[in-house]
Design a protein around this ligand. Structure first.
Ligand code: FAD
Length: 282
């Protein structure tokens, strides 16, 4: 089913997965997936990587999640370093597998790898390659500005371009301070962009995991409550996890109470935190 149809429901909860990097991680992935299936997400998404053999792992995992777990799937598709022919092949395979949703992304250059010549510079170039009469396409939105953008206004003009090209939903980059999400939601409306906005939620596993993420996303605002958790429990994994889940529950409750009906959880292939959060808010 297309995401544009699914998100007409009153509330949706969805999960993001990534293909396990090593074979040794498959068992843990299967176990966590088994724990997440009973939560009946409204849809799931599978991340992409721009490089070599790994590129097609996400297509294989998407097909598995669709066929074996019965999920509606969004296939993330990055375009940096890709040729039109390569992208065309992935889209053909996705269509043949019955996948109806694509999250069209630029991707990030990997500093440890050579940049290969490709046909795409931006996500908008990719959106133009997607047959929107078959696929429902979405795009990324960055509530705190993409690190390469000069301003929030520049980001807004890119979102307008993506909306005009026909995307049917935006999923946000993770955020912890709900005010940045509400600002983005208001700014979209002020600019007459009425594409549904899905909130990207990440339960924080450890203070260190955030440092790594911020290398890519740029600085993410942290409310005082989260800073206190990070300081107080920096050496106590179990207490940190408990407090972090509590923080996410409060974050989601505020979003839901203020009219945000679509929450997308960056699960990092782990079930425990999402299970506890959904247990509290669903
Ligand atoms: P773009 O929309 O192309 O924007 C990138 C930069 O270029 C911005 O500064 C923008 O302002 C500027 N720009 C865009 N279009 C133009 C234009 N036409 N002219 C001039 N400037 C322009 N990465 C992965 O590798 N794999 C994933 O699976 C993945 N999933 C993600 C899921 C979500 C929900 C989000 C929010 C991000 C995800 N990312 C993923 C990360 C994403 O690839 C990076 O954030 C990337 O740096 C930007 O992607 P984008 O699609 O927003 O890029």
């Amino acid at each position: 089913m297309k995401i544009s149809e699914i998100i007409k429901k009153k509330k949706t909860f969805s999960f993001e997965f990534f293909p396990p990097k090593e074979e040794s991680q498959n068992e843990s992935f299967a176990k966590n997936l088994k724990d997440l299936i009973p939560l009946k997400p409204d849809f799931v998404s599978v991340t992409d990587t721009g490089y070599s053999a790994a590129k097609y792992k996400h297509l294989a995992l998407s097909m598995l999640l669709k066929e074996k777990a019965g999920f509606d799937v969004i296939l993330h598709l990055t375009c940096l370093n890709s040729t039109k022919r390569e992208i065309g092949t992935v889209l053909e395979k996705a269509k043949a597998a019955g996948i109806e949703n694509i999250l069209a992304l630029r991707g990030d250059p990997d500093p440890n790898r050579e940049i290969l010549p490709g046909d795409f510079s931006y996500a908008s170039d990719l959106i133009k390659e997607i047959n929107l009469s078959h696929f429902c396409a979405g795009a990324a939105a960055h509530p705190e500005k993409h690190p390469l953008s000069a301003s929030l206004n520049e980001d807004m003009s890119i979102l307008k371009m993506k909306a005009d090209l026909g995307v049917s939903f935006f999923i946000t980059q993770l955020f912890f301070d709900n005010s940045v999400f509400f600002r983005l939601r208001d700014d979209l409306a002020k600019n007459n962009i009425f594409v549904p906005l899905i909130a990207g939620i990440m339960p924080l596993a450890s203070p260190l995991s955030l440092l790594k993420i911020e290398e890519k996303t740029g600085k993410i605002s942290k409310p005082k409550a989260l800073i206190e958790i990070m300081e107080k429990y920096s050496q106590d994994k179990e207490s940190f996890f408990k407090a972090s889940v509590e923080f996410s529950i409060n974050q989601c409750e505020e979003l839901l109470s203020k009219g945000t009906n679509a929450l997308h959880f960056f699960t990092f292939n782990k079930a425990k935190a999402v299970k506890e959060i959904l247990g509290a808010i669903k």
